[in-house]
Design a protein around this ligand. Structure first.
Ligand code: ATP
Ligand code: MG
Length: 732
């Protein structure tokens, strides 16, 4: 019986959740207990056993990658495609809704998505226009303010702050919104807010979707913010009449709530229990992911938080390896250690893609990347600078956006003088002011200013030539397939030639990226799954894809590679071998979290999330000295390590690294640094004495022969770089 097949790979509690008939269900359970698995199986169950149409199901996940995986797993179980099912992130789904109902949402048909970077640029301009001091009113802060208000569902007219600060930000918000509306631009937070207002204010649309989505399922519910939850509530109809509500399943873990700093509300879990009648709550307690040592250590760490909804995890798995704890001298030593360990793992026949390196902040990745490059270990970064965020790619996309919508001021600003066309800042300022004064878009203003000869001479000609170029490009390419469109645009606009003329490795990469963009367009199936919307031209749906895609897809190059990412972006994932680097006081927990109450608990949850990504082996490291953001820090090991049961930890001895020259470590030590070591005769970590600075520890060295320098952390004096040849050091 198929029924048993679906349930066979689940424990009793999981089975209960998958097959439940209750309308409202909360699956509250710790990491690795199979929450996501339950969600996938429940959807398969609904389709197969309950004969629910895929059309009636909406599933929300946290990343595009998770959504794609979920769809894949369901299709694998069922053996057929479920294209009609809406499955995606909050941003992806609300975007789709707005496209389908652009008129009701009071948006132009070809509205474009403004990413975070462009949002900041636009705000900068607005702040400047208002003659505000940019130091006193940084664009970044305005962006933060506006997004936070939108996440709370607040428009400028809802704000009645009386203090000067709030009032000024409110004014910036007002002008920003006008500029966006005029240019047909929608930022990420706006997607959610608009979609919420659409359902709230339009009964026909609301009732249509309430009838359609009989089943709503949400993963990682602990990290929903106010507006996301309000949107789910509207869709499920719970606020209208308790009788007519749809089926809503939410799964989450309060211990993994890590986006409070961005407005996520873990309280939404309890709010759900209040808002929805007769909620069936299911707790899963068996962990299927991690070996027992890892699980016990993670349980102990999170036990230090208060106000937990409370759950314990156990596993049938054996105790497994202890958690390795490595005390590095500095971040370079840490990176080399990690690379060396990965080489060993690889040589034992394991795949590199089974390894993740997790860090607290993106800035930490550079040193690790260097060590991996040095050791020739392929790697891939998630959530760093996305492909679509790179300068040259954004330039090309801006041309596309302008072709799709002349109203897109942000795009126009970006490319009007890229490559240079003799349209200087002064001309641009005239166009901007003209647009403001006339209440039009910059495109229309530019056109009028040229016609009225306010812009004349060289400037007028250049602007006219630009306007003609864009119009002509559209005529030329509109019948081409997407890839050829982009190829033509990149070439005819002069963008490609501009980057080709630049010298150096960086410029080469840029040219390659532009070519890669053409590839991406060729491979983009505008009418696939998420993108199968009749309301969108292929160009528009590609642009939306570029704006919303979280950067995960760069991983599709089929190379076995180690995965690097922040702790935040590791949520929901699992890897046989996990490195957590930089586990130091001041870095993790971060300095800010130590200064603000409530934040420490969130850092601890982040620690819990990180640890519970590991299946077989977890390696934690910290550096006694670290250079970060151009500054030298001496950190202590993180308090979180002290919260782990000592018997789960194995302190890695330095000697095991320098004395045993295993084949793997031998290679790791070859190259310049090894030669330096041989010539200087000092080991990292060695104690030395200097006639003037006293005793200290060797932290690092660089250079060869007479040029070689050595870095020593002198007790009570601090760290110094000395020329090895003149340092007059003695071994202690
Ligand atoms: P997180 O909180 O990290 O998102 P989760 O609760 O969503 O974790 P899953 O990712 O669904 O957990 O499951 C963790 C791992 O355990 C997966 O590899 C999953 O396939 C496996 N698993 C879950 N339930 C079972 C089961 N009953 N039998 C075998 N394996 C299981
Ligand atoms: Mg999960």
């Amino acid at each position: 019986m198929t029924q048993h097949l679906l349930l066979a790979q689940l424990n009793d509690k999981q089975q209960q959740a998958v097959a439940a008939h209750e309308r409202h269900m909360l699956v509250l359970a710790g990491a690795g207990s199979g929450k996501t698995r339950v969600l996938v199986h429940r959807i398969a169950w609904l389709l197969q056993e309950q004969r629910v149409s895929p059309h009636s199901i909406m599933a929300v996940t946290f990343t595009n990658k998770a959504a794609a995986e979920m769809r894949g797993r369901i299709e694998q179980i069922l053996g057929n495609s479920v294209r009609a099912m809406w499955i995606g992130t909050f941003h992806g789904l609300t975007h789709r809704l707005l496209r389908a109902h652009f008129m009701d949402a009071k948006l132009p048909q070809n509205f474009q998505i403004l990413d975070s970077d462009d949002q900041q640029r636009l705000l900068k301009r607005i702040i400047k226009n208002k003659n505000l001091d940019e130091k006193r009113w940084p664009a970044k802060q305005a962006q933060w303010f506006i997004n936070a208000k939108k996440d709370e569902g607040l428009r400028p007219h809802h704000l009645d702050g009386f203090d000067f600060n709030e009032r000024t930000f409110k004014e910036i918000y007002e002008e920003y919104q006008i500029a966006c509306d005029r240019a047909g631009l929608v930022d990420f937070a706006e997607l959610l807010l608009r979609a919420h207002e659409l359902l709230r204010d339009n009964a026909i649309v609301r009732e249509h979707y309430q009838r359609r989505f009989r089943h709503i399922l949400v993963d990682e519910f602990q990290d929903t913010n106010s507006i996301q939850y309000a949107w789910i509530k509207l869709l499920s109809g719970v606020s209208n009449s308790a009788e007519a509500t749809n089926y809503v399943t939410i799964v989450g873990d309060d211990d993994q709530s890590i986006y409070g700093w961005r407005g996520a509300k873990v309280e939404n879990i309890q709010q759900f229990l209040r808002d929805y009648p007769n909620v069936l709550t299911i707790r899963l307690e068996q962990n299927y992911r991690s070996s027992n040592n890892i699980l016990q250590a993670a349980n102990q760490v999170i036990a230090n938080n208060n106000d937990r909804l409370g759950k314990e995890l156990w596993t049938e798995d054996g105790s497994g390896d202890a958690i390795d704890l490595y005390a590095a001298f500095n971040e370079m030593d840490e990176a080399r250690y990690v690379a060396g360990q990965i080489e060993q793992w690889h040589e034992q026949g394991h795949a590199l893609q089974d390894v993740a390196i997790l860090y607290r902040s993106n800035a930490q990745s550079r040193v690790i990347e260097e060590a991996l490059l040095h050791a020739r270990i392929p790697y891939r970064i998630y959530g760093g600078l996305r492909f679509f965020d790179r300068q040259e790619v954004k330039d090309a996309l801006a041309y596309l956006r302008l072709l799709a919508s002349r109203n897109d001021d942000a795009a126009l600003e970006r490319v009007i003088n890229t490559p240079t066309r003799g349209i200087g800042d002064r001309t641009l300022a005239i166009i901007r002011d003209g647009a403001r004064a006339r209440g039009t878009t910059m495109w229309d203003a530019a056109k009028q200013l040229v016609q009225e000869k306010i812009l004349s001479g060289r400037a007028g000609n250049s602007v006219q030539a630009f306007l003609d170029l864009i119009d002509r490009l559209e005529d030329d390419v509109s019948d081409f397939p997407l890839g050829r469109q982009v190829d033509t645009i990149i070439k005819s606009s002069g963008l490609m030639a501009m980057y080709q003329a630049e010298k150096g490795e960086k410029a080469e990469t840029r040219v390659e990226n532009l070519k890669e963009l053409v590839n991406a367009c060729d491979n983009f199936h505008a009418f696939d799954e998420q993108n199968n919307d009749e309301n969108m031209t292929p160009l528009n749906s590609f642009l939306a894809h570029a704006a919303l895609e979280s950067g995960d897809e760069q991983a599709e190059e089929h190379q076995d590679a180690v995965q690097l990412m922040t702790l935040h972006s590791a949520k929901g994932l699992e890897f046989p071998l996990v490195f957590m680097v930089g586990v130091e006081e001041g870095l993790f927990p971060s300095q800010q979290s130590l200064d603000e109450s409530g934040r420490l608990a969130e850092e601890r949850r982040l620690m819990y999330v990180g640890m519970t990504r590991a299946m077989q082996k977890l390696v934690i490291s910290y550096a006694e000295q670290r250079r970060i953001y151009g500054q030298e820090f001496f950190h202590k090991v993180s308090r979180f390590v002290g919260e782990m049961p000592p018997e789960t930890l194995h302190h890695v001895r330095l000697q095991s690294r320098t004395q045993h020259h295993s084949p793997a470590l031998g290679r790791f030590h070859s190259g310049a640094s090894h030669e330096t070591f041989e010539q200087t005769g000092y080991e990292l970590g060695q104690r030395v004495r200097h006639p003037k600075f006293g005793e200290g520890t060797v932290l690092n060295y660089e250079g060869v022969g007479a040029q070689s320098r050595i870095q020593i952390n002198f007790d009570g004096v601090g760290s110094k770089w000395l020329m090895t040849a003149y340092a007059r050091l003695e071994r202690c």
